[in-house]
Design a protein around this ligand. Sequence first.
Ligand SMILES: Cc1cc2nc3c(=O)[nH]c(=O)nc-3n(C[C@H](O)[C@H](O)[C@H](O)COP(=O)(O)OP(=O)(O)OC[C@H]3O[C@@H](n4cnc5c(N)ncnc54)[C@H](O)[C@@H]3O)c2cc1C
Length: 271
Amino acid sequence: MTKKAIDMLSPTETFYRDLAQHRAEHPDTTRAIGQHGYIELESTWGDEATILNTARISTGNSRLSSVTEFTEKDRRLLFELLRDQHGTPFETIYFRYRFVAPIFVLRQWVKHRISSWNEFSMRYRSPIDAFYLPDDAATHVDGFPVMDEEDLESYNDLMHSVLDWQSARYAKTCRRIDEARERGELPPKTTGRDPYRGRARELLRNVLPVSAYSDVYWTVNLRSLMNFFQLRCKPGAQYEIREYANAARDLFAAQYPLLSEVIEEVAALHK
Ligand SMILES: Cc1cc2nc3c(=O)[nH]c(=O)nc-3n(C[C@H](O)[C@H](O)[C@H](O)COP(=O)(O)OP(=O)(O)OC[C@H]3O[C@@H](n4cnc5c(N)ncnc54)[C@H](O)[C@@H]3O)c2cc1C
């Protein structure tokens, strides 16, 4: 793409172009979710050896440097710690996910309090000009369309009109601010944040629907992550958060196959 073409992209087009490029460079740690969603297991701290080394402070000083040194005895200890709910060693390894998800999914996700959140600010960044449109799997229950074609068309029009209203009003406000500056009615723009535009963004974001997308870093320890998988991968969890939870679990399993296997074995005991 030429520089001129890139300069003409909207903030949302630039955002999704960068995300697609990042996905192409990191296919093993990223996933697309539906049309506009995204999840990435961006960083991890610690592994199976960290868990055992932490637990063994109770009994001795032997240390493993990584999971590659695991013997059957080590694997057995990992299983027993998990089975017997010795929880704190599982709090010593951490995962940082980044995801782009509809706000209604975030509302459910944020209930998982034992984790840290950093969300993009619509005071400083333009909103992501995209909304969640349910696909066939989302709209059908036992083959019955709970939203039919006409509902979807109407939903689509409504969401577009809200986002269009929001961006048109913001553009208009920016023009008014610039004109007032030219007339000397407002102080000239300095290098920092523009307080007038910032306040406008703060107010205009209020109309965004919960189907609008947000961009988040989620940092969580393994104990809390297992709780999240248990609650949000199960069939009773809402379809949309389940899609993200299943992807988060797959990305985790790809990097931690042994741990993932042991978690499954312990879960099978409770079925
Ligand atoms: C299918 C489904 C439907 C749901 N429906 C609703 C709903 O209608 N309305 C709603 O508000 N929520 C709802 N929830 C959210 C649910 O109630 C939990 O808030 C959410 O699943 C997070 O679980 P958690 O508290 O175990 O996780 P975290 O907040 O991450 O906590 C992890 C663990 O830490 C401990 N803990 C954390 N905080 C405290 C505390 N204050 N006191 C004591 N122990 C604590 C608990 O052992 C807890 O399991 C739903 C969840 C699911 C899966």
